[in-house]
Design a protein around this ligand. Sequence first.
Ligand SMILES: [Zn+2]
Length: 467
Amino acid sequence: MAGRIPEEVVEEVRTSVNITDIVGQYVQLKKSGKNLFGLCPFHEERTPSFSVTEDKQIFHCFSCGRGGNVFKFIMEIENLDFPAAVTKVAELGNVSVDLSTYQAKPQRPVDPKREKLFALYSDATVLYHHILVNTDTGEAALAYATQRNLNTTLLDTFQIGFAPQQRDLLITFFKEKQTDFQLLRQSGLFIENDDGTLRDRFVGRLMFPIRDEQGRVIAFSGRILQVAENQPKYLNSPETDLFNKRDVLFNFDLAKSEIRKAKRVILFEGFMDVIAAFQAGVKNGVASMGTSLTNEQLYHLRRATDQLVVCYDGDAPGMKATNRVIELLKDDQRFNLSIVTLPEHLDPDEYVKKYGSEQFQNEVTNSLETAPAFRLHFLKQNRNLDNEQDKIAYINDALQELVLVPSAVERDVYLNQLSEELHVSYTALVQQLQQLLKKPRLSMIVYGHSNNQKKKWCPFTSNRCIS
Ligand SMILES: [Zn+2]
């Protein structure tokens, strides 16, 4: 047991901080009456039942019943014992008291296997990074990284490394450390040979560690240095006890505080985009790991912000992927969604190279589009609007889209744009839209609502009847 912190020191820390500032670093709080409310970080929920009362300096969740003072909050959320929680609160609140004699100690029993896997990944990360930045073996990889604009700061920040051609490097390293064979087998870092021995999974690849929300490495994505047939460009770790790709957002650990500061998160297509954006000074970016965005990932994001900006590649697959996010969020009222489409089909890396960091920052902050506006662009793809048939088809689709927009003012903005762009009479567009709005079956769906369970029109596909 760690040393007891004197009562007066505890009290000094408690009164030096405001619980709303401390909790606010973990939960997005909104004022409602006398209290602040947010989504409870201790159980999954969609409507906020977690409250903070500033007067009394306490928190309380009306759903799961958890509550207490600022120390209790930190103990629960960081899984710390009392002295460690006091230290953490002092740290978060910039309170200058010396608490170094009171050692932190995890409160609950830790899972020894997971801890060993974390240690394994940590060792592998250090080794790969060392090979890249300090050794002759890593020279070619380092040259490639430099050519891809990965400077020393980025290599260090993201702990980027190199898994050399030498097939048994990692397995030999861990054998010498006498690491448990079963642990190595289950780590995902190796492939099992027919004779039951292990060989390195990652060979000849630039290694990008994937970290969990606490910043611990739980997987790798390896980019091949020399493109070869039968070899994927990017190879990801398989799922393990540590790594569930549906649950992980690349860079969320580093981005969290930036997301809260900027009050929004930017979702990029891949982790290279996140790194390029980071280098350009846009540090509130994350990426899902080789999957479409999942509900689990949204759940993590929602704890940090309700403003979600999607900035996928400007090419056709990127637009398709953006469309899928709109689809995923169409009934979800947790997020205010906006979209950035980089011009000239550029990805973030290419954009930064061409136009510079400042313009990139400006683009992702100020060139935001709403979901319906994006959909109107999306529907225009592959259509030649000089061709009458294409033009009429587009107008019909566009109007169907506008039926889904709940705000009459917003609809009017788009109608004006369509009229101008397509040289069609505004009055004719309004008339046609009004006819569509009158259709009873159509009137029951709008963006961001799913207020009944009856059959409704799917706003995103030509599949007209979904339940
Ligand atoms: Zn709760």
